[in-house]
Design a protein around this ligand. Structure first.
Ligand SMILES: [Zn+2]
Length: 692
């Protein structure tokens, strides 16, 4: 390949250092990543070969600087394959999965570098290091140890092989789910098929049909959450609901090329082997030693406590559904594809609320303004749209962030709409983290959502849940954008993973503030603010359905923990049988089921990020419910003193401070569990509340 024509082989002279997306082609990645890996190997060899004795600067800080170009390219590739992929990019991703994993192992097992790091680590308390430098040394050392740096040569070879195979399998897993999602469409024709669907669902389904090139009389339901959930909630056609639900819940489980079941079994065998190399007999133990929870015990305690309270709450909800079914002359028990439908009927009857009434107040445009306004009032930052800066897809909006002093301080990309080339869910990621050590003063952060795009000329209207997702991801986004640290490894959201959902879940709270709603939740046609009575009903109605949500989430977290806590090196065998047996043992109501079943549980198997770690949302919810109370106690959701502490101790510090210390510095004490239980309506005093 001619190096002059490959934009990935030299630094980018683009505004903000964004990748030159228009010039990048899939075939550029393999040679560029190979070159970047070779470059980092040279950097590491140079660190290891120094004649000077190891010092923090010549070893630890240098290691933190190494691989900067590789990091940029790797981030670019994973962002593109997640948000705007193609068969050619997917092939690149499969081709590079094993070499990148091998490289990562080689970096962390580099004998010369690790010997120096290990020597410094042994005397770390007498080196006179600043707290952030000490934290970096400890973190990098632990990264290496947990990646096998202390193993003998043969074990290291085995270990690297395990990691490479895992990387390949996880890539395949994610591509299989995407393929199953892209392959399915439920075509609706005529009023009979559309019965019960409100205008916003019809409009989204019509748009999906247009994007798939269907004729004007067709509507399409895809397996995107923002389309299928409303369909299951509103469609009067029970047989179509069942059809759609079956397809949705069986992603990754259909026999054929995209079947994930044997793949998961192999991933679990390899993860157990990985844990055993470190002296643990199961993967959950290996993972949880490096978490805020510290061990399975603390996780089981929290999940068990919530599970026990949530089951009766879900049962009360089920009884209410049955009563509603009977009042409509429907016999039998609610099935999984009925739950949302009847639940919505109860919600409308009890709380006099329906999405069709709420959504006109939550246009995407207004909600984005709300995000930026809240960020400005809390942290003094300002966002300005940069229409001239082009990203990887025309739907991506690019914003420049300015700090309280008016300095340009970061770039924020927001990619809000679902499309067939994007994976499902919502997430934050980065193109570049802030780091003084790497000379990156402006981070480049991206938010992905999967909202159904409205037809041209129409506003995209969000449900309250969609708006909450928008706030959630922007909370992660701020965690990346407000980062103010020296070392790359400690920047932004690279914290312990049971801490990472705190900034995101905490930010959701501002959406629920009446003051924010009055200011920003305005009718897209009239500009009228949302009526106070509707806000009140919204707030009360949020309690409804918490039993269902909590059970489906907590059940998923428990299955995740159980399957990764298996000590049998042969794995569970039939993963679906294991899933079903575990759910029966737990007493999972069949009509509720898991939020994500194992064959498409991307958190667990598209990578190792949330494996034995799906509990982290609940763990962080203990923190966010307690943390927001600091504003409640101050009597002002934008209290400047509390906001300052929040910025200083949580949003700006990345992983430079251990999470328990960070939280305690912000709150003055450790978190309590009660605010979480209250938020979910699971406190005994509230659990028995009669229906209003
Ligand atoms: Zn999150």
């Amino acid at each position: 390949m001619n190096t002059k024509n490959n934009p990935l082989l030299s630094p980018w002279s683009t505004p903000f250092g964004l990748p030159p997306f228009d010039e990048i082609r899939p075939e550029h990645f393999v040679p560029a990543l190979q070159a970047a890996m070779a470059e980092q190997r040279l950097e590491l060899d140079a660190i290891g070969a120094q004649a000077e004795p190891p010092s923090f600067e010549n070893t630890v800080a240098a290691l933190d600087r190494s691989g900067a170009w590789l990091y940029r390219l790797d981030a670019l590739l994973s962002n593109l394959t997640a948000s705007a992929t193609s068969p050619a990019l997917q092939a690149v991703q499969r081709e590079l999965a094993a070499p990148l994993a091998a490289h990562d192992s080689a970096v962390k097992m580099h004998p010369g570098v690790f010997a120096r790091l290990d020597a410094l680590h042994a005397q770390r308390h007498s080196l006179g290091l600043e707290p952030e430098a000490l934290r970096l040394l400890e973190r990098l050392h632990l990264d290496c140890v947990r990646a096998g740096a202390r193993l003998g040569p043969q074990a290291q070879q085995r270990y690297a092989a395990i990691m490479q195979e895992l990387a390949t399998l996880c890539t395949q897993f994610a591509q299989n789910v995407l393929a199953d999602e892209a392959a399915y469409q439920l075509v609706l024709r005529g009023e009979d098929d559309l019965a019960g669907l409100p205008d916003f669902v019809r409009a989204a389904a019509r748009q999906a049909a247009a994007e798939r090139g269907l004729d004007e009389a067709a509507h399409v339901i895809t397996l995107n959450r923002s389309l299928i959930e409303p369909f299951l909630t509103y469609s009067d056609c029970r047989d179509l609901r069942e059809q759609a639900w079956q397809a949705w819940s069986r992603r990754g489980e259909m026999p054929g090329e995209t079947d994930n079941r044997t793949l998961i079994q192999r991933i679990l065998v390899l993860r157990n082997a990985q844990a055993r190399e470190h002296g643990f007999d199961n993967y959950a133990d290996y993972v949880l030693t490096d978490s805020m929870a510290g061990a399975q015990r603390a996780v089981r305690q929290l999940l068990g406590e919530v599970w026990q309270r949530a089951l009766p709450a879900a049962e009360r909800e089920r009884q209410a559904l049955i009563a509603m079914m009977r009042s409509h002359g429907v016999q039998g028990e609610p099935e999984a594809w009925d739950w949302r439908y009847w639940s919505e009927k109860v919600r409308q009857a009890r709380y006099d609320i329906d999405d069709a009434e709420v959504k006109p107040y939550f246009s995407l445009e207004r909600m984005v303004e709300a995000l930026f306004d809240c960020a400005q009032r809390l942290f003094g930052v300002r966002f300005e749209v940069r229409p001239e800066v082009r990203a990887y897809h025309p739907d991506v909006q690019v914003y420049e962030m300015f700090d309280a002093q008016g300095r340009s301080a970061g770039l924020f990309l927001q990619d809000n709409f679902a499309r067939a080339t994007k994976r499902s869910g919502a997430w934050m990621s980065d193109f570049a983290y802030q780091s003084r050590n790497r000379g990156v003063d402006r981070p480049i952060i991206v938010n992905n959502n999967n909202f159904a795009k409205a037809a041209p000329g129409q506003p995209t209207l969000l449900s309250f849940d969609d708006a909450r997702t928008l706030f959630h991801e922007f909370g992660h986004g701020l965690h990346g954008l407000l980062s103010n640290v020296t070392y790359h490894r400690l920047a932004g959201t690279q914290v312990l993973r049971d801490f990472v959902e705190l900034p995101s879940q905490l930010f959701e709270h501002w959406l629920g503030e009446p003051e924010v709603l009055r200011r920003h939740a305005r009718h897209w046609q009239t500009g009228e603010p949302i009526p106070q009575a509707l806000i009140d009903r919204l707030q009360t109605a949020r309690r409804w359905g918490q039993g269902y949500e909590t059970v489906s989430y907590t059940g998923s977290a428990l299955v995740d923990l159980e399957i990764h806590a298996l000590s049998d090196p042969a794995g569970p065998g039939d993963v679906v049988a294991f899933e079903q047996a575990t759910l029966r043992r737990l007493g999972m109501p069949p009509a509720v089921g898991m939020r994500h079943r194992l064959p498409h549980f991307q958190h667990l198997f598209a990578g190792a990020g949330y494996a034995a770690g799906y509990y982290v949302y609940l763990w962080a919810e203990v923190l966010d419910a307690d943390a927001f109370n600091a504003f409640v106690e101050a009597g002002n959701p934008f209290d400047p003193m509390v906001a300052q502490r929040l910025l200083r101790h949580i949003y700006a510090v990345g992983d430079t401070v251990d999470p328990t210390t960070a939280y305690t510095s912000f709150r003055g004490r450790l978190p309590a569990l009660e605010p979480l239980l209250a938020k979910r309506g699971l406190l005994p005093a509230e659990a028995g509340l009669p229906a209003p």
